[in-house]
Design a protein around this ligand. Sequence first.
Ligand code: ATP
Length: 414
Amino acid sequence: MAGIAEIIAVGSEMLTPDHLDTNSLFLTRKLNECGFEVRLKTIVGDTESDIAAVLRSALVRSDVIVFSGGLGPTEDDLTRQAVSTVLGRPLETDQAILDALRTRFAARGIRMAAINERQAQVIQGAEVLKNPRGTAPGMWIEDRARHVVLLPGPPRELMTMFESEALPRLEKMGGGRRLIRKSFRVIGMPESEVDAIVAPLYTAYPSIQTTILAAAGHIAIHLTRWVEPGGEIRDLEELTAAIQAKLGMAVFTSSEESLEEVVGKLLRASGRTLSVAESCTSGIIGMRITRVPGSSEYFLGGILCYSNELKMKLCGVAPELLERHGAVSAETAQALARGVRITTRSSIGLSMTGIAGPGGGTAEKPVGLVYAGVSDGSRTVHDSRNLPGDREAIRERAALFALALLREFLMSGP
Ligand code: ATP
């Protein structure tokens, strides 16, 4: 085992509602890839005593401690100072860094303010990590069997420095151990149902960590497993196959694709074109489909038939049908799918009609009731759901529901 790592993100802005600590996501993935288990992440504001306190506790429990941020030249950049105090190693001015800083400022025709000299201060005994994208150098410090790594906060600077300076050192320490990931995305089942099906399978594999999460529009299953150098991952392959077999069609991807990407691939493979008639989603389905690069190969366009008038005029829905069954009905969904296909001369028409609310619901047709339809001229199908949530959530879910029906149609058809 390579060891335990932890990440300390420094910056008061990340304790406000406006800024997210995204650096730690990148760092976690990279640390895992070279064999370190990330047990803890902390976000700490620009207060020296707080940074020092977090470092003191980190030194007790973690082999590698990676700092992000607080290396700049201003008064609130305190990481350097806090680490120096806790490790009992003074800060020393590095003449080479100072000269490089002066050259950098001179090249831009700016006089370097004295405050910038702080960035040339290096913790005694630290190896300097070069920063090709900025002024703040990083540091790699070995201290009593612990490794403390100081990286700058701006994500571009941090990523470049990590890849070129920290990663090779960490890989050497990791000795070939790595974390393997596998994931599935499931549609059309609630999280509890997915768990009920999958739990009996994964409990038989204690060395594989399984998590089930409700994500936007799907349920994600993540399997992770540490592999020692030369080790086998047969159990991960077995569990992957067992989950796939049990969930079957409900799994729409095992390579983190979106539903619209999966549908796009199916359309492209079958050489068919698509058009959409959208009532309650009014453009969300088309927006999702065209988010995929290259979708012009199979997507012709769509009709936003929000009013009954346009349902009749542009999608050929008969007035009597609307009168008898209403705009939100299986019959209308089917008629829209057939109609838009004819109007646009596509191979397949996809439709969505429903009640997004908050008004307009009845006991018989409540808010959240949606119908999707698919037609290729010879075969027409529909399905309905009672979707939960507010207006926006219902519209988003309705678009995914329609795409899921289209996927099923494409997979089951001739
Ligand atoms: P410098 O002051 O030289 O730019 P620094 O190391 O002091 O570098 P900060 O001042 O802490 O870095 O942050 C600089 C920028 O980087 C800010 O825009 C900040 O929002 C962003 N940043 C800092 N930490 C993170 C983080 N953990 N995730 C994402 N962005 C971050």
